[in-house]
Design a protein around this ligand. Sequence first.
Ligand SMILES: [Zn+2]
Length: 158
Amino acid sequence: MFLMTAPKKLRGNAIASMERPFDSFLKMSKYAIHKSEKEWLTELGEKRYNILRKKGTEGPFTGEYILNFEDGTYKCGACSIPLFESDNKFQSGCGWPSFDESIKGSVEYVKDTSFGSVRTEILCANCGSHLGHIFNDGPTKTGQRYCVNSLSVDFRNK
Ligand SMILES: [Zn+2]
């Protein structure tokens, strides 16, 4: 029995000491919500974690909210703050839920130069989770198209 439990304990200590520098990084984070990547993964599950925390993109025309036009609010899939109102959702045909405006102060904008193009990434301003990208080709009066992963948000009926 002793041989079986001792290595496990050692492993635990090693992980705890490795995580210490990361904890101090978290304290410097500008976001209101601080969680380790391990906590996020446990909470969100692999599919949502890869999009929200690893900036992944769900396949076009696969998300559950593309054709959802019910009245309600779209909240952050990671921290639940309200991000978009259904009044601002429009059918873009681009394959992802699209909005022409976000709830004031809820979204953060970051320049993204990945995949050889310059785009603007949109993040939850409360927890820093990835939502999608914003483009200036929207058909409504705001001229903007917030292109959002369904997996990045949770819809709540009014
Ligand atoms: Zn959030």
